[in-house]
Ligand binder design. Sequence first.
Ligand SMILES: C[S@@+](CC[C@H](N)C(=O)[O-])C[C@H]1O[C@@H](n2cnc3c(N)ncnc32)[C@H](O)[C@@H]1O
Length: 318
Amino acid sequence: MSLLVLNSIAEKFSLNLWIVKSWCENMGLTNQVKAEEFFRTHEDIIKARPFVKWVGGKRQLIKQFEQFFPTEFGDYFEPFLGGGAVFFNLQKKKSYLSDINEELINTYQTVKDFPDELIAFLSTLEHSKKCYETIRAWDRVKDWQKKHTNIERAGRFIYLNRTCFNGLHRVNSRGEFNVPMGAYKNPDFVQATNIRNTSELLRRTEAEIKLESFEHVLAKAKKGDFIYLDPPYDTLTETANFTSYNKDSFGRDMQVKLAETFRALDKKGCKVMLSNHNTPFIRDIYAGFRFEIVSARRNINSKSDARGGVEEIVVLNY
Ligand SMILES: C[S@@+](CC[C@H](N)C(=O)[O-])C[C@H]1O[C@@H](n2cnc3c(N)ncnc32)[C@H](O)[C@@H]1O
């Protein structure tokens, strides 16, 4: 089907072009009537949305990002997955999703494989300080992950994410989650419909969900594949450290390593898109590539100077 036809379907169902294009390819839909029938009957899966709030999440930027996505590409890779806003916006088969946050990755795997069991566990929890503190305290016990099922761990992750202060994910030096409870009136921490739809979406896009660092993308991505890189932000203050001191921090040494990976993917013939703060350091390490600027509005930030508009740079090799 031509882009013109795909566009008209997108308009008719209030969807974006990428979702329409992906599903037509995913399902082998080559004529307009069949495609429209599919979009009419599969609205629920297509409407799946990120089920965790994530600091640095791209949901607010997605409309500005759409103009930069390539219209033609092979497989899709999102190695800094977080809330996965771009994955949900592209819905591409096949998708490779990864992150180094173990609890996050276990949660995606559980949503994909055991949605009903996960919903059943979440439904046993309640929105109260007592429940919040009990669930949060699981990780105060040695080898706590071995004492709970993957479903319980995923439930804990979603419950804390939806009820804690601003959806922050923060652990102390002992790896203990230490964010206080948020002030929500009636948070929907079960999200039964969205969990079921996301599960279906992850299955239909044959999403491969892995706990691994971003460098691994290099071994799998092939010519023509699309890789979206959304690392933890470069610092806006110049006093910041150059080195990452612990496994969870992403200092400038890691930004440099990522820029090397970007260049290697470029050499392979992949289509690569990266977003970060628009700092002189980032412009320097990506010198030679195409730069686009978008303006982001942060609300999950305790520093008042960063609450207003912050410029974000998009680096593209195409
Ligand atoms: C800015 S967030 C991504 C936000 C995501 N795009 C969204 O829309 O929600 C950065 C993510 O990178 C992950 N991360 C940090 N270091 C990493 C590494 N070395 N390899 C892969 N992921 C890493 C963090 O766990 C976090 O989920």
